[in-house]
Design a protein around this ligand. Structure first.
Ligand code: PBG
Length: 337
């Protein structure tokens, strides 16, 4: 007779037992799908070299993507516009128009699908010839002037139909300015999801290809975002950022990228009462696809494990390019999302 009383394998014996004791389950209602939008009439789409399986879409095609995502239980969407060169400038001024591609896409989706959650990115990079999230002047990405522009941009996007505005710029004080501007415009119900711990990461490369928004060096400002995005070496600083954002009026905070920063997600989720989200970013998605194309890993299993790990670390919901893929797999496996 064995001496072993404790045998953890007992709870791993069958799929049903494993299901009973499973701690985390990433269901479709915990996922938000980022969508790249481009100009164009009719339902058109364009492949993105660095992101197999993800396309850029005209507004009509975005509507079709939303419809099929809703069909598998994904109801939240983050829209990212690829802005035409003619609308880019050093000060990113076209971001303030109320008929930007982003605003037109937001209102089209809002009109057709009133119940979805629409997340709008607030930062200047798609509109800036410098590819920076703020205005470049005198050898710096200037903070306070940028914040004023971002606040007006957030109001335009909320008015167009975004229920969530998500400042991804990492300027100081932007959440407070956006909250005051929203209140001033009578938009007191708009949610602010702050990209609170956004790191200066190598994993955004495919996203910048998709939007043509890579930063360029000019006036002594380098072609990277390290003077405003966080240093990957810092964890405690994420708490400083998160507390500021919540004090300034953010409803939720986000950590980005995801997998390389599980400790940061965990730290924020443990320390704060507010929901913490994770962005499983373009480079994380591209790595899965690239390895799968070479037969090195299974895309669906790798995606499911990545998302589960983010949830285990403390992410309440996740932005991922694999949202629909994951939701479809859940339905195939369990008959539900
Ligand atoms: C823009 C923005 C970026 C991402 C989301 N919003 C890129 C950047 O900061 O350069 C990256 C998302 C991804 O890589 O999937 N401020």
């Amino acid at each position: 007779m064995s001496e072993l009383i404790k045998r953890p394998r007992r709870l791993r014996a069958t799929p049903v037992i494993r299901g009973l004791v499973r701690e985390h389950r990433v269901t479709a209602d915990r996922l938000a799908l980022p969508i790249f939008v481009m100009e164009g009439e009719g339902a058109g789409r364009e492949a993105i070299g660095a992101m197999p399986g993800v396309d850029r879409h005209t507004i009509d095609s975005v509507l079709a993507v939303v419809e099929s995502a809703l069909g598998v239980g994904v109801g939240a969407f983050a829209l990212f516009p690829r802005v035409e060169a003619a609308h880019k400038s050093a000060d990113g001024a076209s971001a303030l128009r109320d008929d930007t591609l982003a605003c037109r896409a937001l209102s089209a989706v809002r009109r057709r699908f009133p119940g979805v959650a629409l997340i709008a990115d607030v930062a200047l990079d798609p509109y800036s010839t410098d590819g920076h999230d703020g205005i470049v002047r005198g050898g710096r990405v200037v903070n306070d002037e940028t914040v004023g522009v971002l606040a007006r941009m957030a109001v335009a996007q909320a008015a167009a139909g975004a229920d969530v505005v998500a400042p991804s710029d990492m300027m100081d004080g932007r959440v407070g300015a956006i909250r005051r501007a929203l209140e001033g415009a009578g938009l007191s119900e708009t949610v602010i999801l702050s990209y609170t711990a956004k790191y200066a990461s190598a994993f955004y490369g495919p996203f910048r290809d998709a939007l043509g928004s890579a930063p360029v060096a000019r006036e002594g400002v380098p072609a990277d975002k390290s003077t405003y995005q966080m240093d990957p070496a810092n964890g405690a600083e994420a708490l400083i950022e998160a507390r500021l954002d919540l004090d300034e009026g953010a409803d939720m905070v986000m950590v980005k990228p995801g997998l390389p920063y599980l400790d940061v997600i965990h730290r924020l989720a443990t320390a704060l009462e507010a929901p913490v989200a994770a962005y499983h970013v373009s480079g994380e998605y591209a790595m899965l696809r690239a390895a799968a194309e070479r037969g090195m890993i299974d895309y669906h299993a790798g995606l499911a494990e990545s998302l589960t790990s983010l949830a285990r670390a403390g992410a309440r919901f996740i932005l991922t390019y694999g949202a629909v893929d994951h939701a479809r797999r859940l339905i195939a496996e369990n008959g539900r999302g």
